[in-house]
Design a protein around this ligand. Structure first.
Ligand code: ADP
Ligand code: MG
Length: 694
């Protein structure tokens, strides 16, 4: 249960003075529905009002705070015209301009003949200085009410800075003094203020420097958030570890047969990863392991070996892929090897219907199928296993976390292996999974030639096409990737179709194939097959080829408007070539005009093929939020921390939370109790509920 001391912070924003339903809705959009959300809504800039010039000395386009005499009001004939108030000081005149002003209100605000202080942005209109809707107007006696340095908050349409500031000020007043949950000596070493002090400082920046994510106050708040995140993950993780699993350690008879049928030896990282996986499966606890490896690093074979282990123990295994194409591809890779091992394999996707599907499900329930490969279709309620022991999920970030659990629920204490080809930077890994066990495939299968990557300006496309023509004469297969245009599938497709017809005109109908997201599964497959096995030498595609397609003979990839893609995505795409033993080339066509970041991105790609380096660079260039698409990936969105900037703090929080739980696993000691408050503050209630006296 949430401690009472936090109740005022978890009240709805409507409990604040001056916040009615209308403003509450806007505040909710900008910050969140609760008072505590306002605390986390930090200012983005500051307005400096400390310039106090005379009217004559005031400079256009700058914020000024001016003391002057109210000369007279010019009341417009209708409210549609602006209401003007003339001010004067010893040096000259200026006007204040208001739209839709109420006459009585104005008379009160700016009484004729009185001295007032106004603050706002100076403009020049027909040679006269003016301020339109001054931010502050006060009588001279109250000049102290105008903040000389004022925080500017992120807004949403319809919400004014003033109403946010008023609400935030009240929220800050409600913030109680909470007992310190940080280790005192650590806090002292960092020179960080206490929680409440840090909050106040973050909301009342005295200068630009205070807005820096690296200011003491902001660091402290970021660390709190990261600590809550890491601690919650560590608690959940420990609980998961306590969950009984099954000890799965087969006699290797199937794995031996499959290995013998493999035309290659396993790489060092594959062997290493399998050791880790086998140890996890053999342990009494349930396995939850993430297998990371670049495209083409050979994850599928690793998955197969793990699945055969389960089958050796009399159980079943499932491999789930995010798309139909990928599922079928896995099935084709795994099928022959599984057959060589003498087990029964099936594939299930959304396309399987009716009688055939029913028959398949019956065999699965009866245990006549040992290993099943599929898509989301595997989640359906009527998919029942006789004894599911291991679930492998490929391309993890395309599935939600709950879907993963859904699959696990189809068996008793199912071991989970999650595979991803998107290398995740360490700090992001930590934020999403905490202590999740990870294996990495770092070396590529032997014999792979590196991919040469060149960046070419778009106007030179003719040269590129001519180069391709030469390659085609030598029998090359070429991917031609068209970018996503404004996230719209239609225009996306149109671009691809246009390129398709242009290339067909040049090279002939049969030598060019097209595949895009709007095509039916069977159409896609036909196009791919024409490319993989037929006479088509160019496959024009949208990003649908990002996941999946495996044509080892393809040696050239052209990516149009490469600057529109993210770094990780380009890397994924490029991974489609360089899969065979021939040298490959990736041509990044770029627009003439490039932003600095886009230039950096393309340069990075041309320089390295190491997915982990690329991922770190991507994080640095784009910030954490965009890396995988936060919601889709199940990565938490931080309010106070910025993983790209606070990576060190993340590591510290990670280590600290381990230490804390080693000493006080149930958070029952003095510091433990304070840390519970921290967890509630950041709404990690679920983690606390799993503690003994939750
Ligand atoms: P990933 O799923 O990691 O992108 P795959 O598992 O599809 O990669 O493997 C890519 C290709 O490399 C496949 O054709 C596979 O047969 C091959 N491969 C996998 N492991 C090895 C190895 N140890 N030696 C040579 N080739 C391998
Ligand atoms: Mg794969």
């Amino acid at each position: 249960m949430r401690p009472e001391i936090l109740f005022p912070l978890f009240a709805p924003v409507t409990s604040l003075k001056g916040v009615g339903q209308r403003i509450a809705t806007l505040l909710e959009k900008a910050a969140g529905p609760k008072v505590v959300d306002l605390l986390w809504h930090l200012p983005r800039e500051v307005i400096d009002r400390s310039e106090e010039p005379t009217i004559q000395a005031a400079l256009p386009d700058r914020i000024a705070t001016i003391t002057a005499h109210v000369d007279r009001h010019e009341v417009p004939p209708t409210r549609k015209r602006p209401y003007r108030v003339l001010l004067r000081d010893g040096t000259g005149f200026m006007t204040l301009v208001f739209f839709h002003a109420d006459q009585r209100y104005m008379a009160n605000l700016l009484p004729e003949g009185e001295q007032v202080v106004v603050s706002g942005r100076i403009e020049l209109f027909n040679g006269v200085k003016q301020i339109v809707h001054p931010d502050h107007v006060v009588p001279v006696a109250k000049r102290g009410d105008i903040p000389m340095v004022e925080p500017v908050y992120p807004l949403t349409a319809g919400l004014t800075g003033n109403s946010v500031r008023k609400a935030v000020t009240q929220a800050l007043e409600r913030a109680p003094d909470l007992p310190e949950w940080l280790d005192e000596s650590y806090r002292a070493r960092q020179g960080w203020p206490g929680w409440r002090e840090a909050l106040t400082a973050a909301h009342a920046p005295s200068a630009e420097g205070a807005l820096s994510p690296l200011s003491k106050a902001r660091q402290r708040l970021a660390f709190d958030e990261l600590l809550a995140n890491q601690l919650a993950l560590a608690i959940m993780r420990r609980r998961a570890k306590r969950q009984a699993g099954r000890e799965i350690a087969g006699d290797k008879r199937l794995r031996r047969k499959a290995l013998a049928a493999l035309p290659f030896d396993l790489t060092g990282s594959q062997i290493e990863a399998l050791k880790e996986i086998n140890a996890d499966m053999a342990a009494k606890q349930r396995m939850l392991r993430l297998l990371q490896g670049d495209v083409g690093s050979g994850k599928t074979v690793v998955a197969l070996m793990a699945m055969l282990n389960a089958v050796e123990c009399g159980g079943q295994a499932a491999l789930m892929a995010p798309t139909e194409i990928l599922a079928r591809q896995h099935f084709e890779t795994i099928g022959p090897l599984a057959e060589a091992a003498g087990i029964r394999v099936a594939v299930l996707t959304g396309r399987d219907k009716g009688k055939a599907r029913r028959a398949l499900l019956e065999s699965l329930a009866a245990g006549e199928i040992d290993l099943i490969v599929g898509t989301h279709a595997l989640f359906q309620d009527d998919v029942i296993f006789r004894d599911l022991m291991l679930a492998v999920v490929d391309e993890q970030h395309r599935f939600g976390v709950h879907q993963r659990l859904n699959l696990a629920a189809k068996g008793k204490a199912v071991d989970m292996l999650v595979m991803t080809a998107t290398p995740i930077p360490r700090t992001l890994m930590m934020s999403a999974y905490g202590d999740l066990d990870g294996s990495r495939l770092t070396d590529k299968p032997p014999g792979r030639k590196p991919v040469r990557t060149v960046v070419v300006a778009a106007p030179r496309i003719e040269e590129v096409v001519a180069g391709i023509e030469r390659q085609m004469t030598a029998g090359a297969k070429i991917y031609w990737v068209c970018p996503l245009v404004e996230e719209s599938e239609t225009s996306d497709m149109a671009a691809a179709e246009q390129r398709f017809s242009a290339l067909r005109e040049r090279f002939g109908e049969t030598r060019v194939a097209l595949v895009h997201g709007r095509m039916k599964g069977t159409e896609k497959e036909a196009a791919m097959a024409r490319f993989a096995e037929g006479e088509a030498q160019i496959l024009v595609a949208t990003t649908v080829i990002e996941v999946g397609v495996n044509v080892p003979e393809a040696t050239v990839m052209v990516i149009e408007h490469a600057e529109r893609f993210g770094l990780a995505q380009l890397h994924q795409l490029r991974g489609r070539i360089g899969r065979g033993d021939k040298a490959s080339t990736c041509i990044l066509l770029r627009s003439e005009q490039l932003t600095e970041t886009a230039r950096e991105r393309l340069k990075t790609l041309a320089e390295t093929e190491d997915g982990f380096i690329i991922a770190e660079k991507d994080l640095e260039l784009r910030g954490a939020g965009e890396i995988l698409g936060t919601r889709q990936s199940g990565l938490p969105a931080f309010r106070l921390a910025d993983i790209a900037l606070h990576g060190e703090l993340m590591k510290a929080a990670h280590d600290d939370s381990r230490l804390i739980l080693d000493r006080d696993p149930e958070l029952e000691g003095e510091r433990g109790k304070r840390l519970r408050t921290l967890l509630y503050l950041f709404e990690r209630d679920a983690a606390i509920a799993t503690l003994r006296s939750g």
